[in-house]
Design a protein around this ligand. Structure first.
Ligand SMILES: NC(=O)c1ccc[n+]([C@@H]2O[C@H](COP(=O)([O-])OP(=O)(O)OC[C@H]3O[C@@H](n4cnc5c(N)ncnc54)[C@H](O)[C@@H]3O)[C@@H](O)[C@H]2O)c1
Length: 390
């Protein structure tokens, strides 16, 4: 079948097997082009390893630091003539490349919030790596089923305290629209924190420790976002921000209990998760323009390489006063934010393409699904079924 992108709102329901594989290879090539990275953890578990920041983290650990990895994700194989999800193809390509270099790459496909998947992961670590030295927690999910009660929690993106009328970008219609978003209820805040806060992260760490598969001094990292004032009402001061505060507090609590644990604050990038957040695609389109002009542009792989090469420093990371690792330092530079603030009020549907880098936003979005990657023949027939043990 010749695979073409089919975009529905902020998802693409098809993905390109060879394109995803080429995208993985690009990331591997980038990491290798950086020369020798500092020694890093050699046995790494990545929860949320198939797309976005988790995938890039796994690539850096394996191809930059020679780690054997176990990846946990929720992806769909190809069936009934439909393509697999991008994360499936990504992981298949990652695994083949890692094995070619003699690196262990074990995969577990299923609900990371469940006890069953935690147990499967423990078994895989015990059987193949013995223990892990680093656990990277990079889940982004709209819902979570509590493993003990069976209650289902849903994460929402809402402001807190007052309605918020946001200038946002309808990426489908290429139009700037005003979107009114009603404030969250207490229940919304609880729900979002249950899904995207630190509760499940802590459950993972406790389960791994109790099973004896955490090496002495093993550390853990999770990811957060802060961003600029224009996104505060929907992000940092909204429901997701409350969840991130909980995640950050969980890291502090783990450290207090003797478990090395940090949150890295990463920059805004195009991923399946971020494309669903109101305001963020417009902000990213402007940010890309500004950061590219200043020679500061970075995507997931550049961010995760810098995290491991410069910031993490083998379990003794550089942190700010709040104990956070700041990989968003370039995004938050005063000159970058001043330039974004200047452009922000002037953007209209008419000048969107000229004063922002919406073109790159769109290109990056398609690349998530393996489209628009150099060297791939998009007119050729693709084999949709790609085998992977997971
Ligand atoms: N995208 C950004 O701009 C940005 C910026 C800073 C921080 N972050 C943070 O980075 C982290 C990862 O986000 P991302 O943008 O890379 O997201 P993403 O959507 O690209 O990746 C999410 C990953 O989680 C996995 N996943 C989701 N639900 C699962 C489940 N129930 N069981 C197992 N796996 C599951 C997916 O398979 C995928 O591997 C999040 O904490 C996010 O807040 C993102």
């Amino acid at each position: 079948m010749v695979v073409k992108p089919k975009i529905r709102g902020f998802v693409c329901i098809t993905s390109h097997p060879e394109g995803c594989a080429a995208h993985i290879q690009e990331q591997i090539d980038y990491v290798k082009s950086q020369g020798a990275l500092p020694e890093g953890p050699k046995r790494v578990l990545v929860v949320g390893s198939s797309t976005g920041y988790g995938l890039s983290s796994r690539i850096v650990s394996a191809f930059g630091q020679g780690a054997g990895t176990v990846g946990v994700f929720f992806e769909r194989p190809s069936s009934n003539g439909k393509t697999a999800s991008a994360g499936w193809y990504n992981t298949a390509a990652f695994t083949a490349a890692a094995e070619k270099e003699g690196l262990f790459a074990g995969n577990i496909n299923g609900d990371a919030f469940s006890n069953e998947i935690k147990q499967k992961t423990i078994d895989m670590i015990r059987d193949n790596l013995g223990q892990v030295d680093l656990v990277i927690y990079s889940l982004a999910s709209p819902r979570r089923t509590d493993p003990e009660t069976g209650d289902v929690y849903k994460s929402v993106l809402k402001p807190i305290g007052a309605p918020f009328t946001a200038k946002t970008l309808d990426t489908d219609k290429k139009k700037i629209v005003e979107q009114a978003i009603e404030p969250a209820t207490e229940d919304d805040i609880t729900n979002t924190t249950k899904v995207m806060g630190g509760e499940d992260w802590l459950l993972w760490m406790n389960a791994l420790r109790d099973a004896g598969v955490l090496a002495d001094g093993a550390a853990t990292l999770a990811y957060s976002y802060i961003g600029p004032e224009v996104t505060f009402p929907i992000y940092r001061s909204g429901t997701i921000g409350k969840a991130k505060e909980h995640l950050e507090q969980t890291a502090a609590d783990m450290r207090a209990a003797g478990q090395p644990a940090w949150v890295a604050v990463n920059k805004a990038v195009v991923t399946q998760a971020s494309s669903a957040i109101p305001v963020v695609p417009l902000y990213i389109s402007i940010l890309f323009k500004v950061m590219k002009e200043k020679g500061l542009h970075e995507g997931c792989i550049e961010q995760m390489t810098r995290l491991m090469a410069e910031k993490y420093q083998s379990g003794d990371p550089r942190v700010d006063e709040q104990g956070l690792i700041r990989v968003d330092d370039k995004e938050m530079q005063p000159d970058v934010q001043a330039a974004v603030r200047e452009i922000w009020p002037t953007v209209t549907s008419e000048n969107l393409e000229s004063i922002t880098d919406f073109a790159s936003y769109q290109t990056e979005f398609l690349r998530l699904f393996g489209f628009g990657i150099n060297g791939v023949d998009y007119e050729a027939e693709s084999t949709l079924e790609v085998e992977m043990d997971a």
